[in-house]
Design a protein around this ligand. Structure first.
Ligand code: SF4
Length: 616
């Protein structure tokens, strides 16, 4: 069965922790993690509630494969109504926390209400209790991790927590686990802060021993690992270069946005690429990249561990930042780098450290600074607002200074904490926010690559590549190559990627496996681990059901087809030069067909027939 069949319900208002059985009828339809927790959220939370009020709930959920011997099975997700978007939010993370939660015997933790003082949840196998966290409030995520480890003297305790940006009300604060792994998007950390919940510390000793068909599972996971090892992307590219392998590739095909998506193509891309990270530097002969790293049970090991040049201006007087820590992944390198026009690898690595240390989503943060930079260059904001900082594109010193101010709650941090939608509205330039449903874009320009634009526009959590990574097909040719600028066939492609991703996220696996695995590699692993029939067809149907359920939550929260849109810049301002010169995104050619293949009405509503077909 693989599920532990147990939920921990924590009522923060009452200070109580209770165990209850997992709803196995729902598990049979929604599998686990993203799907199953979204079902609980949909049933228990009013979609119109204030995301930062006590009526919202915050769920940490594992999948049935989390903690097992399947490759990459260390994932957990944070599910809630997101404060950045007002839509359903689901943000997943690797590291070791998710597996430890499963080893302690829990599929899911549901937090409800609000504590009247800062607390942390301590879980030691079956025992769970809330402890005072007053002494941790105002501390960074790294300090919090240190304090909890020092208190409990258990190096194997795994901690997920928030930093100062969440406490300060930043609407895109992350939950940081294992010091540099993040459930980063949509402000899930801000919801934790709104509940006065500083951290969750967990230690489990029970393992996961209850898979349905042990021999079949061993065979299916061994087969899956062999496929990952033999594949050029998961066996060689990702371990050696990480996701940063994409920087020069995406720039080369004309898909890398720059300077708040005003431009496409970044002249500094190679300075912040995977290749640059491996280059020995002059000062100490060492490269930025110290080593790669792996999350629990992962045989890909795409993680980056980096050091900043100790002579660099950002850290030369700060020995605490001269050691190795979580390095740049592609999305962070793009948002912090190309989107702000900054091509100083050490400055970006330092800013990335700060994002981890104080818990914020580097994509939304970088893109929000980029929008602020464009307003600064247009004279809409000045040094009066920024506290004297010349916030121009490409200014590494300014970027470092504004980030330190952001983490310390200094000048302009409240504005930057709003995210680009509210920030640009505040200063009368809403057209400069590069967002869908209030969430900032990741690192692929939808003018150059059509399908990803449709995926962004229809994503249930706002602009996001991880809801349907059509870049695999449109740029990399996985599983089949589709033309970047074609719109024909893209609605079907987007739907297929979105549904498959929903299933992978619900299993407890990392989406990067899908560079090599198709559903015919994934379904046998789930089928052997879980009771019930998890054939390829049933897995895909579960993914589609999950996607539609999330859409229903958003509909009830007030979202309509009007929210399935892209900023005017991406629809009307053609790319100025490079391989994709002259292109805009042609969303209007794709959206009606997308609604049709989804079985929705022409105005994007889920039909009764589709609801019945998916048993919603
Ligand atoms: S592929 Fe990378 S992100 Fe995914 S589980 Fe492995 S190390 Fe973690």
């Amino acid at each position: 069965m693989s599920w532990t069949r147990k939920i921990l319900r924590v009522n923060l208002s009452e200070g109580s922790c209770t165990s209850e059985p997992l709803n196995m009828e729902w598990a049979a339809k929604y599998l686990g993690q993203r799907g199953l927790a979204s079902k609980y959220l949909s049933e228990e939370v009013d979609p119109k509630c204030d995301p930062l009020g006590p009526d919202n709930k915050f769920i940490m959920a594992t999948g049935p494969l989390t903690g097992t011997m399947a490759s990459t099975a260390g994932r957990y997700s944070c599910i809630t109504k997101g404060p950045l978007t007002g839509a359903i939010a689901c943000s997943n993370s690797g590291g070791f926390f998710g597996a430890e939660l499963k080893f302690a015997g829990w599929d899911m933790i549901i937090f409800e209400g609000k504590s009247d003082k800062p607390v942390y949840l301590l879980i030691q196998d079956d025992k769970a209790e809330l402890r005072d966290a007053s002494h941790m409030w105002g501390k960074t995520a790294w300090e919090t991790d240190d304090i909890i480890h020092a208190t409990h003297q258990d190096p194997q305790m795994r901690i997920a927590c928030i930093g100062r940006t969440a406490e300060n009300g930043c609407l895109y604060a992350a939950v940081i686990n294992d010091r540099h792994r993040a459930a980063g998007r949509s402000g899930v950390g801000t919801v934790m802060a709104s509940k006065n919940l500083k951290a969750v510390a967990v230690r489990g000793t029970q393992g996961v021993s209850n898979v349905e068909d042990a021999n079949g599972f061993m065979q299916a996971t061994a087969d899956g690992k062999a496929v990952l090892a033999e594949n050029a992307v998961t066996g060689q590219g990702l371990p050696a270069f990480g996701t940063q392998v994409l920087m020069n590739v995406i720039n080369g095909v004309g898909g890398l946005p720059a300077r708040n998506m005003r431009d496409v193509g970044f002249e500094g891309a190679e300075h912040i690429s995977a290749e640059a990270m491996a280059e020995p530097r002059k000062s100490d002969g060492k490269p930025n990249l110290t080593t790669n790293g792996a999350c629990f049970g992962c045989t890909i090991a795409c993680g980056r561990i980096s050091t900043v040049d100790p002579t660099h201006f950002s850290v030369k007087d700060k020995p605490q930042y001269q050691g190795a820590s979580g390095g740049l992944e592609y999305e962070a390198a793009w948002a912090l780098g190309a989107d702000t026009g900054v091509d100083d690898l050490d400055a970006l690595t330092y800013v990335n450290f700060l994002c981890n240390e104080d818990g914020m989503d580097p994509i939304t943060y970088g893109a929000t600074v980029a929008a602020a930079m464009e307003m600064f260059e247009d004279g809409v904001i000045t040094t009066k607002e920024t506290g004297g900082i010349e916030l121009t594109f490409g200014n590494a010193e300014a970027f470092v200074a504004i980030t330190e101010a952001m983490c310390n709650g200094g000048t302009f941090s409240e504005d930057l904490g709003l995210g680009s939608k509210r920030l640009t509205e505040k200063y009368g330039r809403p057209e400069l926010s590069m967002t869908v449903k209030g969430q900032e874009f990741p690192a692929y320009d939808p003018r150059g690559i059509q399908g990803i634009g449709l995926n962004y526009a229809t994503s249930n959590r706002g602009a996001c590549h991880l809801r349907g990574y059509t870049i695999a097909s449109e740029v990399l040719g996985i599983p089949v190559k589709t033309e970047m600028n074609d719109t024909d066939g893209k609605p079907e492609l987007v739907k297929a990627f979105q549904d498959a991703t929903a299933l992978v996220d619900s299993a407890g696996l990392c989406i990067f496996t899908t560079f090599a695995w198709g559903m015919d590699n994934i379904a046998p692993q789930i089928d052997a681990a879980c009771e019930g029939d998890w054939s390829v067809e049933n897995c895909l149907e579960a993914g589609e059901r999950i996607w539609n359920m999330e859409r229903l939550f958003n509909e009830a929260a007030g979202f309509t087809a009007d929210d399935d849109k892209l900023p005017k810049r991406l629809l009307e301002e053609a790319i100025k030069d490079g391989p994709t010169k002259g292109q805009v995104n042609r969303l209007g050619e794709m959206l009606p067909k997308y609604y049709e293949v989804r079985g929705w009405t022409p105005d994007g509503k889920i039909t009764d027939e589709t609801r019945q077909r998916l048993s919603l």
